[in-house]
Ligand binder design. Structure first.
Ligand code: SAM
Ligand code: SF4
Length: 489
């Protein structure tokens, strides 16, 4: 097992002389998993590298959600095969592994299509990765591991070795039992599983101690979270967020991705009560047509989604919504498509992702009648994206002249500039601001709105002054401008 590593470095090998390069595709959960894999391998002497040419072990952590995402992996594998051949001529080895959802879904088929691959590992067995890499090295054979083992990988993966930074991801839930007609996730990630609340809180405290000021809780269906609480009761996401909001140095909390069906009263109340919970929610709806929502097995109608948006906004008036849309699901008519445009106009989104339906082998929709022609999908996507773009521009422009707190995360692209995120996740750039504000929250005033970002100036001159309390990790300015306003009154 991974925690009792069986890799024995060769007699002449020095610790940390082998290098691993991980390329991550797809969602933030894969980003989190890639970091945990690197941590697990570092115990066995592998050092992470950003330089592919230096790597002894190359891992592609893959995404299977749409055909394009999966095919990208095969073209990358083609390039790696050439590199591996060239290396072999120089007497150097290169181990290639495929991890993630393509590994889970395609298993041995990957070895058939890409024989240069040595290792195929599904997302539930990353904790066994060091052992599998060692097996490949010993036997010079191939390893395919796509089990859903009974032990939870989280119990076996090591704690984060390297600090994740000012903004960190934390997986609290995995898998999905919803079986939407179009989606591979229930097949690649398995049944829903929630980590115990105590483990999540401990990891959040560790991240905060390492300098994280914002944590985004992750799950394929994050608000289906139902973890065991330290009190023995089952905790939902609302309860978990309340506990995390008590960690002193965490200025901001977010979570993604949520399902409309799993938004309960406790979660709405968390949005009302917790200033740390940012007023931005990614809440995918997929379609505005009741007929399509039924065909997709989403378990709610368009009117319910609109009522839910109203409830959330009543709880947190500055809440902005983001969503995912699929156009051209089998059976979608022009009328269904118009219903999606109507819902977008009625709800109003600050940001959204939209996709052409992509048939995924093994899912119910892939074999369903009424597949929509590619040209029709393209036309519908263009129309939907034009409307969403208009709304995003409008939302960004609506911030002009506004003052709100920004969490600064790093230097900007230009000298003297620093960059951060607004409460609504918009990138914000501030010119002539001290680097001492990086990792801190300070109020800004928006000077210009761009399609994907905002330019701003510091709203409080004290934030620029040397030795300012804003530069201290424990200074907690207005996480919520309304709270601050109330306190001043
Ligand atoms: N659990 C989330 C939910 O229920 O909305 C979604 C997670 S999924 C990884 C991310 C997005 O990919 C989905 O919201 C959907 O819009 C899109 N997606 C999933 N399967 C797709 C498919 N077969 N074709 C096109 N888009 C797809
Ligand atoms: Fe996929 Fe999300 Fe539906 Fe689960 S709820 S099947 S992850 S789209």
């Amino acid at each position: 097992m991974s925690e009792q590593s069986v890799i024995t470095p060769a007699a002449d090998a020095k610790p940390n002389t082998r290098k691993v390069f991980v390329k991550t595709y797809g969602c933030q959960m894969n980003v989190y998993d890639s970091e945990r894999m690197t941590d697990a391998l570092s115990k066995d002497g592998y050092q992470a590298t950003d330089v592919l040419e230096d790597a002894d072990l190359v891992l592609l952590n893959t995404c299977h959600i749409r055909e394009k995402a999966a095919e990208k992996v095969y073209s990358e594998l083609g390039r790696l095969r050439e590199m591996k051949k060239a290396r072999a001529k120089d007497g150097r080895e290169m181990v290639i592994g495929v991890t993630g959802c393509v590994a889970q879904a395609e298993g041995k088929e990957i070895l058939r299509r890409a024989p240069a691959v040595d290792l195929v590992v599904g997302p539930q067995t990353y904790h066994r990765l060091p052992e599998m890499v060692a097996r490949v090295a010993r036997a010079a054979g191939t390893v395919v591991e796509t089990d859903f083992p009974v032990e939870a990988k989280f119990d076996h993966l090591p704690e984060a070795a390297a600090p994740q930074g000012i903004t960190a991801f934390l997986t609290v839930q995995e898998g999905c039992d919803k079986f939407c007609s179009f989606c591979v996730v229930p097949y690649t990630r398995g049944a829903e599983f929630s980590r115990p609340a105590a483990a999540v809180i401990a990891e959040a405290k560790r991240l905060a101690a390492q300098g994280a000021r914002e944590i985004t809780l992750l799950g394929q269906n994050v608000n289906a979270y139902h973890g065991e609480g330290p009190d023995g009761a089952v905790w939902g996401l609302g309860r978990l967020l309340r506990a995390l909001a008590e960690i002193p140095d965490l200025a901001r909390l977010r979570y993604t991705t949520s399902h409309p069906r799993d938004v309960d009263d406790a979660l709405v109340a968390a949005h009302r009560d917790l200033p740390q919970l940012m007023p931005f929610l990614h809440l995918p709806v997929q379609s505005g047509s009741d007929r399509m929502l039924r065909a997709m097995n989403r378990g709610h109608g368009a009117a319910e989604y609109r009522r839910l948006a109203d409830r959330l906004r009543a709880a947190r008036p500055d809440l902005a919504l983001s969503s995912d849309f699929i156009v051209g699901h089998p059976g979608e008519t022009a009328e269904d498509h118009r219903a999606s445009l109507d819902l977008i106009r009625a709800v109003g989104f600050a940001q959204a992702f939209s996709f052409k339906y992509s048939p995924r082998p093994g899912t119910p929709a892939a074999g369903a009648p009424g597949q929509v022609a590619e040209a029709e999908k393209e036309a519908r996507l263009a129309e939907l994206q034009a409307l969403l773009r208009e709304q995003q521009d409008g939302f960004n422009r609506s911030r002009l002249g506004m003052e709100f707190p920004v969490l600064f995360t790093g230097p900007g692209r230009h000298p003297g500039q620093i960059a951060g995120r607004s409460p609504w996740l918009q990138p914000v750039h501030v010119q002539d601001a001290p680097a001492a504000l990086i990792g801190r929250v300070a109020p800004v005033r928006v000077l210009a709105a761009h399609p994907n970002s905002l330019s701003a100036a510091l709203a409080d001159p004290r934030a620029a002054a040397p030795g300012s309390p804003y530069h201290s990790p424990h200074h907690e300015p207005d996480a919520n401008p309304e709270e601050e306003e109330r306190a001043r009154a």
